[in-house]
Design a protein around this ligand. Structure first.
Ligand code: HEM
Length: 557
């Protein structure tokens, strides 16, 4: 019988085997590091040597939830181009951002990194989660016009949904705010209030006023509003999207998910078919269920206004979309818009109201208030002229833009992958497959004076957006052009104008009825223990000293 070849018998025969294995591995590792540091096409890009040598360096910062902060500090030290991993480079210059995110019109920027595959719904890709330009462009074409500024303002001037929701918000303050004795002032936990506001607006834009959520709750019975509020509160489980970048680093599961999209969809479909169509939570959570059933209801509702849902349903029948684009695909789009429009707009509003409530900004509140136009009652749609006047009011504008600049709701890296053939960015040749990206926060901070010397401050200074001289004009125009809080190019934020209209109208209405003040002791329940725990898509903890409560001092009922 031949000898069994066991590990031990090999050891007996070749005693140097383990040592040789170890040495080969060590030579491989040293070779890899030498290649990455000295021979790789990325080796001339500035950055920490450790980051260039091993991806564990950025992984460690991802794990500590410190990616954005770390990258921003590296840009301060090394300039606009920094290598942050063996295969990853971060950029802040205007040309690099243009090349990566806008690119040739055919490409509409580089393909997205796999991180985005996390944002499918019902097992179906959507505009945000689709990675390549082929998967994305037909989707974006479907409803790009629904989100143009002209369309939003015209629709608002006819139907006045946003203005009605603004009215609901003011009622919510008076009804749900904590009133101390007989004082005409109301303490409100503004974080959930702003999420409800953003949700009622985006769902109104997608499905129309009838089918919109009424989380602010003044237009329908409280039970339904209460249920919607609870669902929205539950959505923000603090840990839901923590460590999101580890998913990009360990993207094998995402690639796997990408390949088995159709299996997930088949399962969702199978479960759906066997359930009562009215049963709750089709496709996942309450919000998934709402988006799916509201889309189905849109099919039978009389068309009274040009909604996004109506556009989706009519495009679905056309030959401009792939044949397998079904109701779940359409519902995935609506879900995507709801989620993309909810915490971004809601949080930006929360930062803005909190900043204005600070004693050092009370004077700026007064300046905004003193420059507001006469506004219509909430039951009546505002005219195009009124909306335009509010939107172009330099003080309203400056407060919103400054909040977007210093506290962008999505400050993180927006990952992109260098397409086939490689590209030259900022004078550096990047091979195909390199992760070439920018972080919103780093780009915005790099626009502030003294950034490189680390003396740029994150102090909220809305007056930097005011034009008082010719020199100011050039500076402000450049700032407007480069403000990157909504991203840019073919994959930039489609909801930007909707968000700006929502924020401008709400700010104008609040300041024309209330003074915003801080409050110390207030016995109201805080939905989220502090703002650090709520950073849904942020690895920066803005204003973590703020508990979310603001006092609205009424001077006009
Ligand atoms: C202050 C509010 C908002 C901010 C700061 C914001 C920010 C952003 C950013 C930075 C991106 C680019 C992501 C990337 O390139 O990877 C983006 C994309 C997107 N946003 Fe917004 N957003 C806001 C409001 C909204 C609203 C109200 C909607 C509602 C429709 C929306 C829908 C989307 C969608 C669908 C995309 C993906 C676009 C595409 O891939 O073509 N956003 N947003």
């Amino acid at each position: 019988m031949p000898d069994t070849l066991s590990y031990f018998s090999i050891l007996e025969k070749y005693p140097l085997y383990p040592l040789l294995t170890f040495l080969s591995f060590a030579v491989y590792c040293v070779g890899l590091v030498v290649y990455r540091l000295c021979l790789s096409p990325l080796s001339t890009i500035p950055g920490p040597k450790l980051a260039a040598a091993t991806s564990w360096w950025i992984l460690y910062h991802d794990y500590k939830n410190k990616r954005t902060d770390t990258i921003t500090n590296l840009h301060r030290r090394y300039g606009p181009t920094v290598r942050i991993g063996p295969n990853e480079v971060s950029f802040t210059s205007a040309t690099a951002v243009k090349d990566i995110y806008s690119g040739a019109s055919r490409e509409s920027g580089f393909p997205k990194g796999f991180l985005y595959a996390l944002f499918t719904h019902y097992g179906k890709y959507n505009m945000f989660s689709s990675l390549t330009s082929e998967e994305h462009s037909w989707r974006r074409r479907m409803f790009a016009s629904s989100y143009s500024l002209t369309n939003i303002i015209n629709r608002e001037s006819k139907h006045g949904h946003i203005w009605k929701t603004v009215g609901d918000y003011l009622n919510y303050i008076r009804k749900d705010g904590y009133r101390d004795g007989n004082t005409p002032s109301y303490a409100v936990d503004i974080y959930p209030a702003n999420i409800y506001y953003a949700c009622d607006n985006i769902t109104g834009h997608i499905f129309g006023g009838e089918l919109a959520t009424k989380a602010l709750g003044s237009r329908i019975d409280n039970a339904q509003s209460g249920q919607q509020r609870d669902a929205l509160d539950d959505w923000y489980i603090p840990t839901r999207r923590e460590l999101i970048y580890l998913w990009t680093d360990f993207n094998t599961p995402l690639r796997y998910f990408d390949n088995c999209e159709w299996i997930v969809h088949k399962i969702v479909n199978f479960v759906q078919q066997r359930r009562d169509p009215d049963v709750e939570y089709a496709g996942g959570t309450f919000i998934h269920h709402y988006a799916y059933t509201a889309l189905l209801s849109s099919k039978t509702s009389p068309v009274t206004e040009p909604t996004v849902a109506e556009k989706l349903l009519s495009e679905k029948k056309s030959d401009r979309v792939p044949r397998d684009f079904d109701e779940f695909g359409a519902a995935s789009e609506t879900m995507d818009h709801i989620l993309a429009g909810m915490d971004t707009t809601g949080d930006t509003l929360s930062f803005l109201l909190f900043l204005l409530s600070l004693p050092e900004h009370h004077a700026y509140q007064d300046v905004i208030r003193d420059n507001l136009p006469e506004m219509p009652p909430f039951g009546q749609p505002p005219s195009v002229a009124t909306i335009t006047q509010i939107m172009t009011n330099p003080y309203v504008n400056s407060a919103i833009k400054e909040t977007l600049l210093i506290f962008p709701a999505i400050p993180v890296t927006l990952p992109r992958v260098v397409p086939s053939g490689g590209r030259v960015i900022d004078g550096f040749r990047l091979p195909e497959g390199t992760l070439a990206s920018s972080s919103v926060y780093a780009v915005n901070q790099s626009l502030l004076p003294g950034f490189e010397k680390n003396i740029s401050s994150s102090k909220w200074t809305p007056s930097r957006w005011l034009i008082e001289s010719d020199a100011d004009r050039d500076r402000v125009q450049e700032l407007e052009r480069r403000l990157w809080s909504f991203g840019s190019g073919g994959r930039g934020c489609i909801g930007k104008h909707l968000a700006l209209v929502e924020m401008s109208l709400l700010l104008a209405a609040i300041l024309s009825h209330f003074r915003l003040r801080q409050t110390d002791d207030c016995p109201i329940e805080i939905k989220h223990s502090n703002w650090t725990a709520r950073r849904s898509f942020r690895d920066l903890a803005y204003m973590d000293e703020f508990n979310g409560i603001i006092r609205f001092e009424a001077f006009k009922e």
